[in-house]
Write a protein that binds this ligand. Sequence first.
Ligand SMILES: CC(C)(COP(=O)(O)OP(=O)(O)OC[C@H]1O[C@@H](n2cnc3c(N)ncnc32)[C@H](O)[C@@H]1OP(=O)(O)O)[C@@H](O)C(=O)NCCC(=O)NCCS
Length: 153
Amino acid sequence: MDLREATPDDADGMSRVLREIIAATGRERPSDPDFVLRNYVRNPAGIRCSVAVEEDGAVLGFQSLIRATAGNRYGVPEGWGIIGTHISPSAHRRGVGTALFASSRAAAAGAGLRKIDAYIGAANEAALRYYEAVGFRTYRETADTVQKVFELG
Ligand SMILES: CC(C)(COP(=O)(O)OP(=O)(O)OC[C@H]1O[C@@H](n2cnc3c(N)ncnc32)[C@H](O)[C@@H]1OP(=O)(O)O)[C@@H](O)C(=O)NCCC(=O)NCCS
């Protein structure tokens, strides 16, 4: 497995990962390559979007880190980081998410972030456990969502 910064050429592979997650979870969401480019690879607020790729070049998953801007839809304070993680169900529990977070955490420190938000569905047990395992802690909850924060030292 190789970890590197996402490029526009990864958009199709990243889109496929999103479609595989939708197929496995039934949680519908935007997934086409144009959305991937706009929202992740070329997000103007982007700090780092990392991809994990197999030796044959297939995208296993990705993690985006952006800077929270005023009025963001998650209600995250301006200037925090906002993180999102998307890994193919065929590659779960192999440490891909953990490796991606090492890259995002370094990028967050380099960008001078103090806190990173993860916005998670309350029923998404894997994501709740994953973020907890890499050091995030719950700071806000509704009936449907949990927000966890990672504090950089
Ligand atoms: C959540 C997600 C990112 C985890 O990625 P991953 O690469 O499987 O995570 P890792 O292999 O690095 O796991 C690290 C630790 O997280 C915890 N963890 C991860 N998935 C878990 C699960 N399904 N159940 C329980 N604990 C889990 C474990 O402590 C794990 O360590 P261990 O395997 O040594 O026990 C992945 O399941 C995913 O992409 N899910 C679909 C998309 C999604 O829901 N994204 C989050 C939206 S908020």
